[in-house]
Design a binder for this molecule. Structure first.
Ligand code: AOS
Ligand code: ZN
Ligand code: ZN
Length: 426
């Protein structure tokens, strides 16, 4: 299945009757705030989010997994799937590889394939949360934090190996997420576990090429249910500082306890120049359960408001690496990813509409009601025509889900790959 220029031209021939009128209205509305519509469209068009190589098949839970049919079973097929999403949306121009699930066999061929889909290799992810076939040492009781020297050493070596693989593909960063922790009080000495983790991360950091970044992900619980070594942004921040300048914290939206003020964490990290990466998802209860923006779109907008502020005011912070990190249990994974991409761009576009000067003045006046009005005026603007315009100008389709369905992409994939194929991953 390949989406051609002709497909896109045909699909875009007929436009929604109200599309131009909506754009005109937006232009007038934004003009009143001194915001240029075309500038916003350009910024939205440039915003690219990486797709993780493990998100293209049906996920599942420990209770069961319901296969979707036509799932990609090789790295090549995964890149093809990202290529499909990118062709329809022009917003998924990168892949984040998971090692060892997706080790390239032929580097040159994989790079050429990615290039043919206009896809870059973003951060590579290591895996020390599972024992791999033939591994000498187990991670049952931890990896970088382990009190068993050999397990720790094996985990460090694995990360160095992942860096080598990523380097050959043109990646420039490593994301480390650790399952390390404990299930019961007393099981692990907190301080020893932290010291080991810090030492191990420093070794990994020292093994990166000079132009690489290290992203340290935090998470309060799961798969350990009493303690996690890197439980929160403070611990990640501390470890990043211990490693050095090119080590950063990575924020995953699903990795916070209920009601955590994530936008404030974003602001603090960007002020300190330490927000390196971002994983998008949404949830009602647990980690990366649901499509981005499906449960808490206002929270996502407030987070983007801080991201936009940081990108405009914190040159000390590098441009963050964006990735979707969600599992797809009952929806078509490709449709789910398209919906997430849409939600991310909506949150970004609305955050770009905040009248920053007026907000600053209202804050100085302590005019609390006006501050809220200004944020909500942006949030309540329907920006979907802006996303459409960004897609059309980038050579993507106006309406990706409708296009995906009218091209019958899933049945074409099932015809090509069968119903029994299964993507490697979680
Ligand atoms: C796990 O909860 C984290 O969100 C990771 O970023 C990711 O899902 C995992 O590393 C899969 O490889
Ligand atoms: Zn994550
Ligand atoms: Zn997660």
């Amino acid at each position: 299945m390949k989406i051609t220029q002709q497909h896109i031209a045909d699909l875009n021939k007929v436009q929604d009757a109200t599309y131009q009128a909506e754009l005109g209205l937006l232009e007038a509305k934004l003009g009143r705030k001194g915001i240029n519509l075309q500038d916003v469209i350009n910024k939205v068009a440039q915003f690219q989010v990486a797709i993780p190589s493990w998100a293209l098949g049906a996920g599942g839970t420990r209770f069961g997994r319901f296969s979707y049919g036509g799932e990609p079973s090789t790295l090549e097929q995964k890149l093809d799937d990202i290529g499909l999403i990118h062709a329809l949306t022009k917003s998924a121009g990168a892949v984040s590889l998971h090692i060892p699930w997706d080790i390239p066999q032929d580097y040159k061929a994989i790079k050429e394939l990615a290039q043919s889909h206009d896809i870059l290799f973003d951060a590579v992810n290591s895996n020390t949360f599972q024992d791999q076939a033939g591994a000498k040492n187990s991670y049952k009781f931890g990896s970088l934090c382990s009190s068993v020297d050999a397990s720790r050493e094996q985990a460090v070596q694995h990360n160095l190996e992942v860096i080598k693989i990523g380097d050959q593909l043109g990646s420039k960063s490593l994301t480390v997420w650790l399952a390390d922790g404990s299930n019961f009080p007393g099981q692990r000495n907190f301080q020893t576990g932290l010291i080991h983790t810090e030492d191990s991360l420093k070794k990994i950091y020292a093994g990166m090429p000079d132009d690489w970044k290290l992203f340290i992900e935090y998470k309060p619980y799961e798969p350990n249910f009493y303690s996690t070594v890197i439980q929160d942004w403070g611990t990640s921040f501390m470890l990043a500082n211990a490693c050095g300048e090119r080590a950063y914290t990575l924020v995953d939206l699903g990795h916070h306890l209920p009601n955590t003020n994530i936008e404030q964490i974003v602001a603090t990290l960007m002020y300190k120049g330490k927000l390196g990466g971002f994983h998008f998802n949404d949830s009602k209860y647990g980690d990366d359960d649901l499509t981005v923006g499906s449960i808490k779109p206002y929270a996502l907008f407030l987070i983007f408001n801080e991201l936009v502020y940081g990108m405009q005011n914190n040159p000390q912070n590098p441009y963050p690496a964006w990735m979707i990190d969600a599992s797809h249990n009952i929806k078509d994974p490709l449709e789910d990813l398209i919906q997430s991409l849409e939600a991310i761009r909506i949150a970004y576009a609305t955050a770009l509409l905040v009248d920053q000067d007026a907000l600053k003045a209202a804050q100085l006046d302590n005019d609390v009601a006006l501050c809220q009005e200004l944020l909500q005026d942006a949030y309540r603007t329907d920006v979907r025509a802006i996303l459409k315009a960004a897609r059309i100008q980038s050579g993507a389709v106006a309406d990706p889900i409708a296009a995906y369905r009218s091209l019958a992409v899933r049945s074409a994939l099932i015809n090509e790959r069968g119903t029994a194929s299964k993507a490697t991953g979680l």
